[in-house]
Design a protein around this ligand. Structure first.
Ligand SMILES: Cc1cc2nc3c(=O)[nH]c(=O)nc-3n(C[C@H](O)[C@H](O)[C@H](O)COP(=O)(O)O)c2cc1C
Length: 351
């Protein structure tokens, strides 16, 4: 298949197979509210076959980084509606990445009254940036009680309903990078002795029940999932990621999701693309350091349905057009990746 040809992933129709990967850019305002510059940023990138938004918190507890957005109140939903409408007006498609950070947080980045929760009370080793005090250690999380877990899953269901109210074409469960679902999945962060811990069935329960709750809102055709087995980011560790993800994906495949978004990790113990193909062969988005030529090849061969690109979209809002025309790519400025304001965000020109 041609990389510029359309493809259907569940109920979502992509005009081409070049997906914009989710990227936290820390441009949200007070109260985790999407800002006007975010409308421009996403509109500029609507040439992608599909935009996956930056991680969006389903609750105040789910926030952990500074200036990141939420989708858990009416004001946020209205702000996202403007972003979705802008992308749709340009003929683009956009899904909301639902991201609950769990223990990957510092209280300085969270609203008063919110809490840092996790499967077990084990702090992630490392530090996180805060506007108030620079780098700070990760919070010591409070372990969720068994009877609290349904309410956390409900946050994901409500966030999905809110995303559809805002007009999003779909939602993507962020199930990697050391955040809450991945914390439940992994032996290093989940020491629970109830039905949400222990063996692979227990550790997968949170992610699978969360997916089922998201699917219950409007069917599976608008729900995707992102994974990167064996990724140690944010102090994540699992004794046997092959076993964990074989089980998780075999069960997730039964839900008939719109797509799986797999990040390759060549130095890890799992071939993440081969794994993804085994369970989601006909609706697999691949990611991580693809260049145009390689992406075109793996789509032509049928290995992947689409490829997502993160960093190339930062300085090339018109990335698809540049590739169509063979135009050179611009390089992005590292210093303004996460800074507030328009600079290094919406001021990269089209070619
Ligand atoms: C600035 C930045 C922010 C990111 N934020 C997220 C995020 O919110 N959610 C996520 O799943 N991945 C996030 N990622 C990872 C990207 O989606 C992607 O996996 C990574 O950039 C590799 O793809 P690339 O080689 O095409 O850039 C982020 C990457 C960058 C560079």
């Amino acid at each position: 298949m041609d990389i510029f040809s359309p493809v259907e992933l569940g109920d979502i129709r992509l005009k081409n197979r070049i997906v914009m990967a989710p990227m936290t850019r820390s441009r949200a305002g007070a109260d985790a509210l999407p800002t006007d510059i975010m409308v421009d940023y996403y509109r500029q990138r609507a040439g992608a076959g599909l935009i996956v938004t930056e991680g969006i918190a389903p609750s105040a507890d789910g926030l952990g980084y500074c200036r990141t957005p939420g989708i858990y109140n009416g004001e946020q939903v209205r702000a996202w509606t403007r972003i979705v409408e802008a992308v749709h007006a340009e003929g683009g498609r956009i899904v909301a990445q639902i991201m609950h950070v769990g223990r990957v947080a510092n209280a300085l980045n969270k609203p008063v009254g919110s809490e840092t929760v996790a499967p077990s009370s084990i702090a992630a080793r490392g530090e996180i940036y805060t506007d108030e005090a620079g780098m700070q250690p990760f919070d010591q999380p409070r372990a969720l009680a068994l009877d609290e877990i349904p309410a956390v899953i409900e946050q994901f269901r409500q966030a999905t309903a809110n995303a559809f109210e805002a007009g999003f074409d779909g939602v993507e469960l962020h199930c990697t990078s050391g955040y809450l679902p991945a914390q439940f999945l992994s032996t290093g962060s989940n020491l629970r002795d109830d039905e949400y811990g222990g063996g692979v069935v227990g550790r997968s329960r949170f992610a699978l029940e969360t997916l089922a709750a998201m699917v219950a809102v409007d069917g599976a055709g608008r729900v995707g999932m992102r994974i990167c087995p064996d990724n140690p980011f944010n102090d994540l560790s699992d004794e046997n990621p092959q076993e964990t993800f074989d089980y998780l994906l075999a069960e997730a495949a039964k839900l008939d999701l719109a797509y799986l978004h797999a990040i390759r990790f060549p130095t890890g113990r799992v071939d993440n693309i081969a794994l993804g193909r085994r369970y989601f062969g006909d609706r697999l988005i691949g990611n991580e350091s693809y260049r145009f030529e390689e992406a075109s090849e793996v789509i032509a061969s049928g290995e992947l349905s689409a490829v997502s690109f993160g960093r190339p979209f930062i300085a090339n809002p018109d990335l698809v057009e540049r590739w169509r025309n063979g135009a050179p790519l611009a390089k992005f400025d590292l210093d303004t990746l996460y800074t507030p304001g328009p600079r290094g965000y919406i001021d990269y020109p089209a070619a």
